[in-house]
Structures are given as structure tokens and as C-alpha cells.
Design a protein around this ligand. Structure first.
Ligand code: PLP
Ligand code: TYF
Length: 403
């Protein structure tokens, strides 16, 4: 039955992670996944999460009931508050728990494919590779196009290219995927001024923006600053913009395996929000019936408890602080060696990732000869650097660029 299945290329991120796992070299370093590690290369259970688990497990009434169709009420409520804060007031929003960021991206693609029927979905060039896959999977008839984003000669955003492409080529009803902060894979975010211009283009052209919010807290360590763009869209033009937010709690709570996230559809009226919610429930029913509960309870417990919330803010600082430290160390090691290239963007890039600018060939040499794994695009995951491996990584990059 299955001989005719065409061979399928593996997603490059997962392929790099698997290849490194199978590599037996003692100095191997996996710099491919966007997963926070501590300085011992262990995935980190946040102290706030540890405490929330204790609170939950001590509760004799903890049960494993099926959740309501739009998810754990506490989770949905804190997801909305963390995203919109006081801009929630006066906006009509349909919110659903989702299977983490991937599930929220999928759910919004399914929803928009049915109700908006866009001709084209626009992605930043480059973007998280799964964005394209999710949209292709949901509806291969929707065109996929890129808007310019990263200028690799300057390691900055190509603002003019981005705005003029959207002005010149996007059409009414097209969907545009935007990353709320700590852009994957480039590590560069729009300035507030550029966000305002992007919002204006979306209004002018009648585009439907979808924010992918997977790194709230990782850009500045502060959840409010990191939600600035979303809140700007929510309040702009007297709160008339319609858009969506696909939210992940994988990274900012370190709950990768628990699959906790949410989707918010920001509409113009309570009637629209109710209709959107009914449609989302219908999709969830067919696909998963309802979302898993334990991770959702952890997030809700932390955000609703002032002491745990305070601990979580510290945990975010710990994570973003270690990322800053590793950025500085890698920069110092490369500049000490006079490694060819301009590395100053390593210090100013935002969040978990930076583009090293290595050609695909050099990425392959780095992997084959030095057992250091980047993505083929040259993306480096900063949280996988440690005080123990950063010198070896810098020396390997240096060798690859100079030999
Ligand atoms: N969106 C972006 C931009 C990401 O980088 C990721 C994970 O790497 C996700 C969404 C989804 O992650 P998850 O499904 O674990 O929430
Ligand atoms: O690093 C990436 O871009 C990945 C791998 O919660 C991944 O796509 C996926 C989900 C997640 C962490 C890392």
C-alpha cells in the first residue's frame, strides 16, 4: 500500500537535532534547537514551575477531567492578560487554548483558510521553517510568498524592502505572519517606528495580521515590553484592527513537552467574537476534542499566584541574562581570534537566535569536521552555548572561516 509514498525531506531543525544525537564525537555541540539549556547543557525546569507542580500535586482535588472546549479557564484568562494587558478592555476577542505554538499556528491557519479564504499568506524571509509547512498542510492552494526581512549584508532589517513589497504586491484579504518579538531565525525585531509602519500597511492594504508569539519574555526579559507590538495593533485606530495571536508557553515557561499555548482572534464586536469562537470550537472538536490540562494548570497557577509570578519574572531574567552572557562570550572569543566577519550583531541580536552568515558549505564543514551543528541557514541557537563549549565553538567557526 505504501510503496508509492514519495520520499520526504526531514525538517532541517529536527534533522540537525537527530544527526547530532547520533554523533559520537566527544566534543560535539548541538547549536540547532531553540530550547533553553542551563550552563550544564541540561534543559532547565524553571523554579517557578517546580513550585507550581508542588502546589498542584498537594491539592487532593486535582483531577484529570476533560477540559472545557476552549480550554482551562485559568489558562485562557492568563494567556489573554499576558498578551493584551489593559488593551483587552474594549476589544472583543475569541480565545482558545491550543496545543502550544505549533497547534495555535495550525488552528489559526485552519480557521482563516475556512473563513477568510486568503489568496496568499506572507512570511518574513527567512522565517521559522514550520510556518510554511503548517500552511501547506492546511491548504496547499493558498499561495505562499515572502516579504523581505533580513538583510544579511548588514545583519539588520530591510525595512524599506519589507514595506514596499507589501505595499506593491499584497492584496486585500491576504494573511501576513509577523513574529511578535525575538524573531526566529534572525534575532532582529522591528523598531517601534517600523511596527507602526507595518500596522499602517496592514490597514491600508486590508491585510490580516497573525502574530506568532513564541518568545514573550525572551527579547527584553520583560513580558510587557515584549508584547508592545501586539498591544499597539490592539489599540491602534480606536481599536478597530482585526488580527490574531498564536501564543506559545513552551519557551517562556520551559514547558516544551507539555504543549501549552493559546490562540486569540481579535475582532470588532462581541457578535464576531462569538462566531469566531464557535468556529474554533468546531475545528478543535474535529481535531482534538479538547486540549491537555496539566501544563495549562501549571501556567495558570504561576501567573495567578503573586509569589510564583514574581519567581517566574526572575526565571525569565535568569534565562535572558544567560543568553546575553553567552552572546558576549562568543563575540569575545571570535574577535580575540580576528575571525573574519562582522560579529557585533551577536551583541545586539534579540532572543535565542543569531545568523552566523556561514554559507551552507561551511555549515556542512563545521558539522562534518568539528561536530558543531547549526541549521543550514547558518542559524545558531545561543541557549545551547555554555561556558564549557563556547571556546571550542568559536575556534571551530574560526577554523572553518580561515582555513
Ligand atoms: N513559533 C516560532 C517562531 C517558534 O520558533 C516555535 C518553536 O520553535 C514555535 C512557534 C512553536 O513552538 P511550540 O509548538 O513548542 O510552542
Ligand atoms: O528550534 C526550532 O526552531 C524548532 C525546534 O518548543 C523546536 O522548530 C520546536 C518546538 C520547541 C522547541 C524547539
Amino acid at each position: 500500500w505504501f510503496d508509492e509514498i514519495p520520499s520526504i525531506a526531514t525538517d532541517s531543525t529536527l534533522a540537525a537535532m537527530e544527526a547530532c544525537k547520533a554523533d559520537t564525537h566527544e566534543k560535539k555541540v548541538d547549536l540547532s534547537p531553540g530550547i533553553y539549556h542551563d550552563d550544564n547543557s541540561s534543559t532547565w525546569v524553571l523554579p517557578s514551575v517546580k513550585k507550581a507542580r508542588e502546589v498542584l500535586l498537594a491539592d487532593k482535588s486535582l483531577n484529570h477531567n476533560l477540559q472545557p472546549q476552549n480550554g482551562h479557564p485559568g489558562l485562557v484568562s492568563v494567556a489573554r492578560e499576558l498578551t493584551f494587558s489593559d488593551t483587552l478592555d474594549g476589544r472583543s476577542i475569541a480565545s482558545m487554548q491550543a496545543i502550544s505554538g505549533t497547534g495555535a499556528n495550525h488552528l489559526v491557519a485552519r480557521f482563516l483558510s475556512d473563513v477568510l479564504q486568503p489568496k496568499t499568506v506572507w512570511f518574513s524571509n527567512p522565517t521559522w521553517e514550520n510556518h510554511r509547512e503548517i500552511w501547506r498542510h492546511v491548504n496547499p492552494a493558498i499561495n505562499q510568498r515572502n516579504y523581505p526581512y533580513y538583510d544579511d549584508r548588514t545583519s539588520t532589517i530591510d525595512s524599506q524592502g519589507m514595506l514596499s513589497t507589501l505595499r506593491g504586491h499584497a492584496s486585500r484579504g491576504d494573511v501576513i505572519i509577523l513574529q511578535a518579538c525575538a524573531h526566529n531565525p534572525t534575532g532582529v525585531d522591528p523598531s517601534r517606528e517600523l511596527w507602526e509602519a507595518i500596522a499602517a500597511v496592514c490597514e491600508e492594504k486590508g491585510l490580516f495580521p497573525v502574530f506568532d508569539s513564541a518568545y514573550q519574555g525572551f527579547a527584553t526579559g520583560n513580558i510587557d515590553n515584549d508584547a508592545w507590538a501586539i498591544r499597539h495593533f490592539a489599540t491602534r485606530s480606536n481599536g478597530t484592527m482585526e488580527f490574531a495571536v498564536a501564543q506559545s508557553f513552551s519557551k517562556n515557561f520551559g514547558l516544551y513537552g507539555e504543549r501549552v499555548g493559546a490562540l486569540h482572534i481579535v475582532t470588532r464586536s462581541n457578535e464576531s467574537a462569538a462566531k469566531a469562537e464557535a468556529k474554533l470550537k468546531k475545528i478543535q472538536r474535529a481535531e482534538i476534542t479538547s486540549t491537555p490540562s496539566f501544563g495549562a494548570k501549571i501556567v495558570a497557577t504561576i501567573v495567578q499566584n503573586p509569589a510564583l509570578r514574581e519567581q517566574w519574572q526572575q526565571d525569565l531574567q535568569t534565562m535572558s541574562g544567560r543568553l546575553q552572557d553567552m552572546r558576549k562570550r562568543l563575540y569575545d572569543e571570535l574577535t580575540k581570534r580576528n575571525t573574519p566577519g562582522n560579529w557585533s550583531h551577536l551583541l545586539t541580536d534579540i532572543g535565542m537566535f543569531s545568523m552566523t552568515g556561514l554559507s551552507p558549505k561551511r555549515v556542512a564543514v563545521l558539522r562534518n569536521n568539528f561536530h558543531v551543528y547549526l541549521l543550514p541557514t547558518s542559524r545558531l541557537a545561543v541557549p545551547c552555548l555554555t561556558t564549557g563549549n563556547v571556546e571550542y565553538v568559536a575556534e571551530s567557526i574560526h577554523q572553518v572561516l580561515t582555513v
